[in-house]
Design a protein around this ligand. Structure first.
Ligand code: IVH
Length: 669
């Protein structure tokens, strides 16, 4: 292929990929299969790799994010980004209509109505059809620049359609949000990794967009819709309806569900029918937005300081109902966390029958003081998992005893331990609820590295009772594997060979694979280096663990409680019995551990990372994170509103870092 041919092919492929992105992400109406799309996309990537001089930033392949930055830059908006007045009552909508008619001195007003998306507002700037800048709303005048992050959103065109003659300059307002199904699977992934789940799709969208590391944003399932032209070169469309049509014509995503209403009665009907379909929409909306359609009338009506006079948010009634708690049970998650769940007398909340609601954790139960038999309010406002918001006292009621967390796991009977507000089952390898997760972790690359033991296989092995603990893996026979779905002679032989290979393992990998809380790759190495052999490690006491450099009280407690548990000791004994041979640890490669030996303590809020992310970063570089400041602490990272740990650090003369300085330390050189 000549350079010129490559250039032409690349241009054609980009048009095609953009076209299909638009159909898929904005119109929800794909015309080709995923496989066909992948072929086009791959061909484009290959050509751009072969001809790097032809790679441009507006290529649909350039959505992967960029290295992290210190902080989000502030950018002034071209025009203030206003908010909306909101109402919930029918009478208020009628009053709005009356006001508009009086101001405009007419009886005939056309309104355009569309859903009010529950996400976060962004400003998008296109120059010569190219996406050049995007920012969050901020305080309305100045926002945070999130251009690189926005570029990772596939529904957002990096280049407006050439053939639609886009304006030279265009400023669009839209809403970034997350679909409900995507939100749920993101939360599942987060909790499986031991990270804290997002409370609702809006928080998930906001948290994901305002990342300092756009590569993380790229991994989050965000989408966007556009509903306002804030500025445009050349003539502006004469009505809001035409605005939306123009945006769609330029290939920007716009609300599909919208209507032009010729009377306020039609608006009321749209509100009602939209509320009814709310449950079946794949994303959260919290009302409708009613806008005077004609642009000249919008200009005539003008704005108040914070909101336009020509539009109003007509919200849905909060989805809250009152019911009784029949029982409080405890569910055990994949990582062993115990979550109290209220079993409710079934009640319909916003069209869905609710019979259980999460109580999050023991502190929440205590704070709300809810007990079995109590009357409570249940809400589904924005949250996918219904939550109990408050207790409704009933005069003269006889209340039962306060709820207490069980001290033994309801699934496996192992002891329950506590970490802050969270309680968890110490059973780990013997708790069925955790067994699947534990086996997957045990088999993972950085642990025992067993190839061919994927999620599906693990689930089958556990569900059929073929594997009841980690040691059972080493008893599997070919006949047993052949009974599993998706297994044939060859795959069974390969898996058995891989299991056999995993029998010679280094101590650090085994420790990592056992999935002891707080013991990741780095700590496993530290422990293996210090103790050398498994029997020596198992004989150590909590006090001895604390003596080890980098091992704090939390890790020590976690280790001690793990090895104290009889069943964990038995599993380990069986692993050895079945031929696991444990070699001394591989030599630590300290050169790649920029922060080896350094202990960090965090205080206050960080804007660019969650606490878990910050901790992971430290550990990735070989450091450790502790919860309390001592003379051994290397750095205290102070975010916004730091607590007493900052005073402690200053008293002890420990180096204090800002978030920016911390980022410098953990940023890859
Ligand atoms: S119009 C001047 N339309 O709701 C135009 N806003 O409560 C003002 N929102 O900050 C915005 N969906 O983030 C408009 N279809 C929609 C919307 C919408 C969601 C958000 C927007 C705004 C907030 C006001």
């Amino acid at each position: 292929m000549t350079h010129n041919q490559a250039k032409e092919r690349i241009a054609a492929l980009r048009l095609e990929v953009r076209h299909h992105d638009h159909l898929y992400y904005s119109k929800d109406r794909p015309e080709i299969s995923d496989a066909e799309y992948d072929r086009l996309f791959r061909e484009l990537v290959e050509l751009e790799t072969a001809y790097p001089d032809l790679l441009t930033s507006d290529s649909p392949t350039q959505r992967v994010g960029a290295p992290p930055i210190d902080e989000l830059a502030k950018v002034p908006h071209e025009k203030p980004m206003l908010s909306l007045d909101s109402i919930t009552d029918r009478e208020d909508v009628q009053a709005f209509d009356t006001r508009m008619k009086r101001e405009l001195e007419t009886d005939h007003i056309v309104y355009t109505v569309e859903p009010k998306f529950d996400g976060l507002s962004v400003e998008l700037v296109y120059d010569q059809g190219k996406f050049v800048r995007g920012s969050t709303r901020g305080d309305g005048r100045t926002g945070e620049e999130v251009t690189v992050n926005l570029r990772t959103i596939r529904a957002l065109p990096l280049q407006l359609r050439h053939d639609s003659s886009p304006p030279a300059h265009l400023v669009v307002r839209g809403e970034v949000y997350m679909r409900l199904d995507e939100f749920q699977s993101l939360n599942r992934r987060m909790t499986e990794r031991g990270e804290e789940a997002f409370a609702n799709p809006r928080n998930a969208a906001a948290g994901s967009l305002r990342m300092l590391d756009s590569r993380v944003t790229a991994s989050r399932p965000l989408t966007v819709t556009c509903y306002d032209i804030m500025a445009v070169s050349g003539p502006a469309p004469p009505s809001h309806w035409d605005e939306l049509e123009a945006l769609a014509g330029w290939s920007l995503p716009v609300p599909a569900h919208r209507r032009r209403c010729r009377s306020i009665e039609e608006v009321l009907a749209f509100h009602q029918s939209t509320d009814a379909m709310r449950e079946s929409l794949p994303f959260e909306i919290d009302g409708i937005v009613v806008k005077v359609d004609r642009r000249d009338w919008q200009d005539q009506l003008g704005s108040k300081s914070r909101s336009p006079r020509w539009a109003i948010a007509y919200k849905f009634a909060p989805r809250k109902e009152i019911t009784d708690i029949q029982d409080i049970v405890v569910s055990v998650g994949r990582t062993g966390t115990l979550t109290p769940l209220a079993l409710l007398k079934p009640v319909e909340v916003g069209g869905v029958t609710i019979s259980r609601a999460t109580l999050h954790n023991a502190d929440e139960v205590a704070r709300k003081d809810v007990r079995v038999g109590d009357r409570v309010k249940v809400e589904r406002a924005g949250d996918v998992i219904p939550a109990i918001t408050e207790r409704v006292p009933v005069p003269g009621e006889q209340r039962q005893d306060p709820f207490v967390m069980p001290d033994h796991c309801p699934v496996c009977g192992s002891a329950v331990a506590r970490e802050g507000a969270y309680f968890y089952c110490t059973g780990q390898t013997v708790c069925v609820a955790q067994l699947k997760g534990a086996i997957e972790h045990f088999a993972s690359k950085s642990a025992l590295n067993i190839d061919g033991l994927g999620k599906k296989t693990v689930a089958q092995l556990v569900d059929r009772g073929l594997v009841r603990d980690l040691a059972d893996l080493y008893r599997l026979t070919k006949e047993q594997l052949l009974t599993l779905e998706g297994f044939a002679e060859r795959s069974a032989t390969l898996l058995l060979a891989s299991i056999e290979r995993s029998k010679s393992v280094t101590l650090d990998r085994l420790l990592m694979g056992l999935g002891i809380r707080q013991v990741g790759q780095h700590i496993a190495r530290v422990l293996a280096q210090r103790f050398g052999t498994l029997p020596q490690l198992m004989a150590a006491t909590e006090a001895e663990f604390i003596q080890v450099h980098e091992i704090g009280p939390e890790i020590s407690a976690s280790l001690a409680s793990f090895f104290r548990e009889d069943r964990n000791r038995q599993v380990i004994a069986r692993l050895v019995e079945r031929g696991l041979s444990i070699a001394p640890p591989a030599q630590a490669t300290s050169s790649s551990h920029a922060l080896a030996g350094k202990t960090f303590v965090f205080t206050g809020g960080l804007s660019g990372y969650s606490r878990d992310e910050a901790k992971q970063l430290v550990e990735q570089h070989g450091g450790t994170v502790s919860s309390s400041v001592s003379k051994k602490t290397s750095y205290v990272v102070a975010g916004t509103d730091p607590g007493s740990k900052l005073d402690q650090a200053q008293k002890l003369g420990v180096t204090v870092l800002s978030e920016g300085e911390f980022t410098d330390l953990v940023k890859p050189a």
